[in-house]
Design a protein around this ligand. Structure first.
Ligand code: 5GP
Ligand code: MN
Length: 342
């Protein structure tokens, strides 16, 4: 990964001159967004900056132990404070998203309107962001990977165990424990470097993958045994969970993390989808196997969303049934999104 030297120098100069710095990631933050925000937070804090993470809404509890001693506000709870913070910042770092609306309704206007210098660090397709500087690498396995290269370029000695752990959780979760999007030797050199800085891989994986609540594990079992719908003729499968079903299993943020991937465990199934009904919207997650379906294009075309080729998401404002009807109709035309058809 070759970061532009001018961009690195500009970022360094901006940081040196800044007093107040904010860090923001996408709504419904995942371990890549949170991990990279936390890593950057500690990096800047050690340079005695007034730095704060503006988190759009709460993140899954399996990340909790990696978020210690971080000055953080939740925009969903302290909206005014979050907006003022963004408006008054000298720099805003935006991590792990490619469009302003991805930070959510509470702060998207403040992010767009703030006069702060904006520096984006991302790995999604087709970024559409007005900014001072952008480190956008759609081939990177995670935003955390991009951030790691930036931090090492700015100050190689600054990576300690706390920062290394936070970067590592982004790398390991965005690659499904190094099973996709990570066929790059450079990623493993970075992992080796992070381990040399104190990351204990066993402990991190235990914390992330072996801390399910009983409800979460039972929801997973229910979803696979009762709710998986397979369309062998189209190479597709999906799981749909209603608000009521989620309530029965006392759904908490992060409880459906990874669930969509089970669709792809099936032989000859190349496209998987998870549909979850939330308070007023329906969320969709799409996944595909390598060199099959372009889910970014699918999500952009049909579901006002986007992401990566093999992992993307979208949203629908309304009820569940029309989503299912539309999705099943679209599955019949998946061929239009096959990468070979490009
Ligand atoms: P997930 O299915 O885990 O929510 O999201 C998969 C990937 O797609 C993530 O990298 C996420 O950031 C991205 N993504 C999810 N929803 C959207 C969306 O509505 N718009 C865009 N542009 N990206 C999304
Ligand atoms: Mn990511």
């Amino acid at each position: 990964m070759e970061l532009n030297k001018l961009d690195i120098n500009r970022t360094k100069t901006l940081i040196d001159a800044a007093k107040t710095i904010s860090i923001v990631t996408h709504f419904n933050p995942d371990a890549d967004g949170v991990g990279s925000s936390v890593a950057l937070y500690h990096f800047l804090k050690r340079q005695n900056k007034d730095v704060q993470v503006v988190m759009p809404n709460p993140f899954p509890s399996f990340i909790d132990s990696f978020v210690k001693d971080v000055d953080m506000i939740y925009a969903s709870k302290e909206t005014k404070k979050a907006r003022v913070r963004l408006m008054e910042s000298d720099i805003i770092f935006g991590i792990d998203f490619n469009m302003v609306h991805r930070v959510g309704n509470h702060i998207k206007d403040a992010l767009a309107e703030s006069c702060a210098a904006k520096i984006y660090i991302d790995h999604h397709q087709e970024p559409d962001l007005a900014c001072e500087t952008m480190f956008s690498f759609p081939d990177a396995c995670s935003a955390s990977e991009v951030l790691a290269h930036l931090l090492i370029a700015i100050s190689p000695d600054a990576i300690d165990k706390t920062i290394a752990d936070a970067i590592y959780i982004g790398l390991c979760t965005d690659t499904g424990s190094f099973s996709y999007n990570c066929n790059n030797a450079e990623t493993y050199s970075l992992v080796a470097y992070l381990v040399s800085k104190g990351v204990c891989v066993d402990e991190v994986h235990q914390e992330i993958y072996s801390t399910f609540s009983e409800n979460r594990l039972r929801l997973l079992g229910y979803a696979i045994s009762e709710k998986l719908k397979v369309f062998p003729q189209y190479g597709a499968a999906y799981i749909c969970l209603s608000k009521e079903e989620l309530r029965q299993y006392d759904f908490q943020p992060g409880d459906t993390e990874g669930l969509v991937n089970y669709c792809l465990n099936l032989k000859d199934i190349n496209f998987g989808c998870l549909v979850t009904e939330r308070e007023k919207i329906v969320r969709l997650s799409f996944r595909s196997k390598k060199n099959t379906i372009d889910t970014n294009k699918f999500a952009r075309t049909y579901w006002n969303g986007g992401g990566h080729i093999m992992a993307s998401g979208g949203t629908f404002q309304g009820k569940l049934q029309p989503v299912i009807n539309n999705l099943e109709a679209q599955i019949k035309h998946l061929k239009d999104f096959s990468q070979q058809s490009e």
